[in-house]
Design a protein around this ligand. Structure first.
Ligand code: BGC
Length: 659
């Protein structure tokens, strides 16, 4: 007899709702285990008791702390995304979980969204190339990825209720492609339904999103799990296509998919066949990840390999924004006495940000990374320079500043490491200001005045105003919440052990009002938020309106010099293929990302000037060249006219060749 035929209605329903904050019920007598889930995108979160939000406090749930999804996206390296997925999946399985609530792939629409650091990019194409390999890598480990948050969850303000209004074109071209790619190319086993509403319906009750698009058009055969507390009804959610209801309260029987569902089936209001459909899907998931029948992979966590892989990703994610007169890489012999200033130099970030928090086995701060790199022959001093504490007095602030200035004037080199932290880049709220907080701009200017040998490192998960930092520093680096080896990676870049190759996955504007979601659209809206900017998200708007960004989408310098030559185009029915030569004319080995932007010369209606439709990260040894092939899928540009121009360059604003 089939498993489902042996199950009582009550047992079936136990599979459809949380019976613990991170698990369903299972059916012991039939050998169906509970489905165990865990956050999140930066590693496997620590364990909680079944019905309490106070961590168990185990010594066994310290894990590998991975670079944030934004950092991963900044590598523009799908191979690293795949390795990231493999390692995250192995840790998930290693910790005895079945579903990892990752990756987060919502579009970075506005720089203030508190969860931007958990997401990848303002550009859907970059997401379609970086997210599916994560999913595939995760799921090779007999665990499921949970692609989140489906869909239109682009802000934290009023996230549980806000209603998103966006036009069809933007929906199709900007907000959905990443999710579709996770179905088509990632074969994702689970999706998470978002908190917010879309066109009046909660995402978890939206027949349009779950039925018409996800299962209908995309042919998705996995399960949909609600975000925690995102289910608001029994009938409507059941009908719309939500499979599992998870929530944040411990009265598990009172969930919509628990007693109430049982009663409605008993009363004939909901057809038991609908319950069966979901149970079948869940059993299918359990089969896919070998929960019902072995052998099942055992996974592993905190392996040396995982740690070194986080280092590689962190190294490739760091973006060199500015490097005046080739100030970087620094030769340690030129600087005997170094002062490191700034709260982020000495702060660990892993255990912050909300559900993406990580109980890291260890985390190397920038300061630790610099110490470890330079060893004992340098005098390295750390001073905080400013404070993040709300209750700090003016006197204390002034003392911090004066000490920093004094130290800066007495040292050969100043490395300032500032930016945001998880009080800003966090789940549950959005940022309020585009400026660097805690008076950092003023401090940077003053530091420059006393010692112009100033390197500024900004650490944040979203764009911040770096105008002052750019003006007053000799070099400017952008880094991320970059995993347990983030500090090592940073030191390796600063001192030239690693040639940086990260590229911005979002635009850094000169002013907040340059962003389309700020100027045209609403953010954060009221009960409803209108995405008036339509498809003109990020660089699409800056290019169209000819607004000069501070740093363009796709920007990132390195220590080499690259040139593109010999571009040739061929085409067949499905693709355009471009071959070209990438030359490294410098004496430093390096990696460059060749970016392909497509322009429609005869657009129907108002269209973005050019859009990313291909890219490749290529290593070229010093004084040599590589031939490179970039393919553009015709289905990715099917909505454009036949009159196309192809631009190739090293950022969206640094186009080298057009054909
Ligand atoms: C978040 C999800 C997370 C879930 C479980 C929710 O508040 O939005 O991303 O996976 O909690 O912790």
């Amino acid at each position: 007899m089939k498993l489902i035929e042996q199950m009582t209605l009550e047992e079936k329903i136990g599979l459809l709702h949380g019976d613990g904050f991170f698990q369903t019920k299972g059916v012991k007598r039939l050998g169906i285990p509970p489905l165990k889930m865990s956050d999140g995108p930066m590693g496997v979160r620590h364990d909680f008791p079944k019905a309490s939000w106070i961590a168990k406090g185990l010594s066994s749930d310290y894990v590998t702390y991975f670079p944030s999804n934004t950092a991963l996206a900044a590598t523009w390296n799908p191979e690293l995304a795949y390795i990231f997925g493999q390692d995250l999946g192995a840790e998930t399985r290693g910790r005895g979980k079945d579903v990892i609530l990752a990756p987060g792939i919502n579009i970075i629409r506005h720089p203030f969204c508190g969860r931007n650091f958990e997401y990848m990019s303002e550009d859907p194409f970059l997401i379609t190339k970086m997210a599916p390999p994560i999913v595939r890598g995760i799921q090779e480990n007999d665990v499921a990825a949970c692609v989140k948050h489906f869909a239109l969850n682009n802000q934290e303000t009023n996230r549980l209720e806000v209603n998103v209004e966006v036009d069809d074109q933007a929906l199709e071209e900007i907000y959905l492609p990443g999710f579709k790619a996770c179905v088509d190319e990632g074969n994702a086993y689970t999706f998470m339904g978002a908190y917010n509403k879309f066109r009046g319906d909660y995402a978890c009750e939206s027949t349009f999103l779950l039925q018409d698009i996800l299962r209908g058009r995309w042919g998705y055969d996995g399960i949909v799990i609600s975000d925690w507390g995102a289910c608001h009804s029994t009938d409507q959610a059941m009908e719309a296509g939500l499979d599992i209801e998870m929530s944040v309260t411990d009265d598990f029987d009172s969930y919509y998919y628990a007693d109430s569902l049982y009663q409605k089936v008993m009363d004939g209001i909901i057809d038991e066949a609908l319950v069966d459909e979901k149970v079948e899907r869940i059993l299918h998931l359990m089969e896919r990840i070998h929960m019902l029948e072995g052998p099942r992979k055992q996974g592993k966590y905190n392996s040396y390999e995982h740690q070194t892989n986080t280092l590689t990703t962190a190294e490739e994610s760091i973006v060199l924004l500015e490097n005046k007169a080739s100030f970087l890489p620094l030769n340690p012999e030129d600087y005997q006495r170094i002062v490191v200033i700034g709260d982020n130099a000495n702060r660990q970030h892993s255990l912050g940000g909300g559900s993406a928090e990580i109980k890291a086995l260890y985390e190397k701060t920038p300061l630790a990374g610099i110490h470890h790199h330079l060893g004992g022959n340098h005098q390295i001093t750390y001073v905080q320079g400013y404070s993040c504490q709300p209750d700090v007095t003016q006197d204390q602030l002034s003392n911090l500043r004066m000490t920093a200035l004094r130290m800066a004037s007495q040292n050969d080199l100043v490395i300032f490491v500032g930016g945001l932290n998880h009080d800003f880049d966090t789940e549950g709220k959005d940022r309020q200001s585009y400026q660097l907080p805690f008076g950092q701009d003023r401090l940077i200017q003053e530091l420059h005045a006393v010692n112009p040998n100033l390197l500024v490192v900004n650490m944040s998960g979203s764009a911040v105003d770096l105008t002052i930092a750019k003006t007053y520093s000799k070099a400017l680096i952008h880094t991320w919440y970059n995993g347990m080896e983030g500090g090592t990676a940073l030191a390796n870049v600063i001192f030239g052990k690693v040639n940086p190759s990260g590229k911005l996955p979002f635009t850094m504007a000169k002013a907040l009002n340059d962003y389309p979601s700020e100027r045209l659209g609403e953010f954060p809206g009221d009960e409803t938020v209108h995405y008036h900017e339509g498809v003109f998200v990020g660089y699409r708007y800056f290019d169209y309106e000819q607004i000069e960004p501070l740093y363009a989408f796709g920007h990132g310098l390195n220590y080499s010099q690259f040139a593109l030559a010999d571009i040739e185009k061929t085409e067949n029915e499905e693709t355009f293929t471009f071959t070209m030569t990438l030359k490294n004319t410098s004496t430093v080995d390096g990696k460059e990302v060749i970016q392909a932007y497509v322009e429609d010369e005869e657009p129907k209606g108002k269209r973005p000037i050019r859009e990313l439709k291909g890219f490749k990260k290529v290593f070229v040894a010093a004084k040599s060249e590589e031939s490179v092939r970039i393919t553009i899928d015709k289905k990715d540009i099917a909505h454009l006219s036949k009159k196309l121009k192809f631009h190739f360059g090293f950022s969206s604003r640094d186009i080298k060749v057009t054909i």
